[in-house]
Write a protein that binds this ligand. Sequence first.
Ligand code: GRF
Length: 194
Amino acid sequence: MAQFAVFASGQGSNLVALHAYFSESAIPHSICCLVSDKPACQAVAYALSKAIPVIYINYAGQDKALAEQQLVDQLRNYQPAVLVFAGFMRLAGQVLLHTYQGRIINLHPSLLPRHPGKQGIIDSFNAGDSELGITIHYVDEGIDTGRIIRQESFFRTADDTLPSIEARIHALEHTYYPQTIHALLDTKNAVEAS
Ligand code: GRF
């Protein structure tokens, strides 16, 4: 049994998918808290509605290292085995990377290394890529550069539009992100028990 923290800044559809998946009684792992830099975002509203504890990280007017140290201090109360980024629109700094070395995972809506950055879906669509998809990867100091854990894809059809591509990508995310986090936590538990 392991716990993980979700990091989100926006809509929170992946938080919803993760929460639904890990709320199943047969699943031994669970979300311990949501971390957000945007107190008014939908992900925070969802977490509050489900009694998921919320930690705010406040970058405004202070050094990033200090902000991350305050976060790490608060996260100690929850003992997350891994940090799961799901639409968290900030780069992890040295304090977070060092404290949770090899234990921070991100979800990106393109087939990395193609189209890193904030607009993975729009960039994949505009580039005319015939194969599009998602990447689940470890977080390092770069922008979407960490070691890839899993990729899932589909082929564009003649009827696809930007909204339909967005929907297809989100459907992949909502299916494969929870499964992949589950498998990672199982592996981690097995290693620790051996
Ligand atoms: C997802 O497309 C994810 O790949 C990217 O940010 C988006 C978050 O969506 N990193 P949501 O907030 O979970 O709906």
